[in-house]
Structures are given as structure tokens and as C-alpha cells.
Design a protein around this ligand. Sequence first.
Ligand code: 8YV
Length: 319
Amino acid sequence: MTKPKILVTRLMPPNVEKRIARDYDAITNPGDDKMTAEQIIEASDGKDGVLCCGGDPMNADTMSRLPDSVKIVSTYSVGFEHVDVEAARSRGIVCTNTPDVLNDATADVAMLCLLGAARRASEADRFLRSGQWKVWHSTLLLGVHLGGKRLGIYGMGRIGRCVAQRARAFGMSIHYHNRSRLSPDLELDATYHETPESLLGVSDFLSINAPSSSSTVKFLNAERIALMPDGAVVANTARGELVDDDALIAALKSGKVSFAGLDVFAGEPKLDPRYCELENTLLLPHIGSASDSTRDDMGFCCLNNMDAFFAGKPTLNPL
Ligand code: 8YV
């Protein structure tokens, strides 16, 4: 049987590359440069499918210009704001993503952001490395305690619920806002807030876990930050676009927000340089899903979807 022909826009982890080489006739990207829309369209010539990554320009224009041979676009990400699913559908192209396999890894990094920011991990690391640690004293690098605090989770989907599970073990009480209230078996002891404003009013800590969409862009703006308890801690492992950077930076400077742990940035890999000048930020280069097994599982998830598609079966994670 001839192998399906696919384009893989970025270098994959070795275990994923091996499976691609075994089961597909693939053009891969050993140089690993981010491909432009033109390059993706050109390299898709004669291909049956495209395995793309978060941030690849799979917008309406690209979808409209992909060769007719392309029947499936499988993104190596759970977020799919870069994939114009409607434009794909209008051309009969099936799209899939990678839900679930990265819930735990991303929730771990959300806790890293909450805890690392509140306990000043990156500032403490810089302090030590730069030779400033001369003597212990009782008020050295005091942070904010998590236990007994209220954690507001904006977006109580699969990842948000994994954050809640971890935060309970830290002694935090869980509050959340979601498009709709969860069923009791998923909500557990968490308190539902019908509006983001109500949630922010009780968020000593805030974890942003909602997808990027027209209704969530700049969710965390100056008006909403003003509703938060003084000295709140903010973590974002979802998308940078959900934060109004001017507003958060002003709040970090005034102390309204005491600390922020950020794994994602609007326009990344570029970020607002003012974040780097602030001591009260912990900044990570979008490593939410970056554990060895998770990145393999994301690749396998894409390939499971493609395998099913090319076997004439329904895909597992259709968008
Ligand atoms: C990825 C992500 O690092 O899955 C997502 O939506 O944000 C991350 O897991 C990235 O998008 C990989 O393509």
C-alpha cells in the first residue's frame, strides 16, 4: 500500500519522527525554521495532509490556497486559533487538534507559574547566581503563601480542572468562571461565578486557562484588575492575547498585582520588554506542554488522527 504523503511543518521529537518515517511519505523540516504561508502552500503540493504546529499561519487565506490534494490538517496543539476551521471545512479539509494529552503537563506549569511567582523563584535564583546572598535574614525574599487563599480559574475546561486538582493539594479554595457551569461531578467543591467580574473579586490568585477567541482577547484588562484583591497573583498558561499587557504591567508596578507567572505572551516569541525589567515576574518561553512524554503524546495524537483519516475512519479529535 502506498503511504499517504504529508507535510510536517516543524521538526518533531525523535519518537514522533520515527513513526512519521515508518507510516508516511513525509516532507519534514529538519532545519526547523518556522514556515511562512507561501512555504507551506508550496511544500503541500501533491500532499494528502499537513501536520502543522501552534502559531503556523493556517488562516483563511492559506486554507483557500492549499492544493486540492490536501484533505486533512492536523495541528500539534490543543489551541487552534491559528487554524481557520471554517475556511478548511468549506474546502472539504478536515482539521484535528491534540486535546487531553497535555492537560497534566500544562496544569503542572500553571502551578509552577502560580507558586514560582508567589514565592519569587526566578528573582531568588537571580539573587543567588549574582552573588548577592551574603547572609540569611528573616525577611529575605518573602513571598505570598498559597495555602488558605482563593484561586480563581478563568476557563474551567480540561486543563483548568487539572489546575484545580493540584491547587486543592496546596490548600487553596477553588473559584471559577466558565462559559457554562460544570456538572456537580466535575465542579466538586469549586464555586461557580457567573461573570468574570465576580470571579476576579475573590481571586487572591488567578489562573488563566481559557482559549483565545474574540470573546476572551484582553479579558484581563485594567477595569477587571481593579476588581481583584490588592496584591493578587496572576498566572497565564493559556494565550498571551488574553492579557492587556499595559494594564498588567501597570498593576505589577503599582503592587496591585504582586506577582505574575507568565508562560505565554501576545506576539510571542517577542514579548513586551517591560516584563523583563520587572523583578516580580516569572517568565517562561511557552513550555506548558514541554515534557518529553507529553510532546511525544501530542505527536502520536496527530498521527492517530491522520491514521484514522487515511484508513477511511472518523478522526478522533475533529475540530
Ligand atoms: C504548544 C500549546 O507548545 O497545545 C497548545 O495549544 O499552546 C502548546 O502545547 C504549541 O502550540 C505547539 O504547537
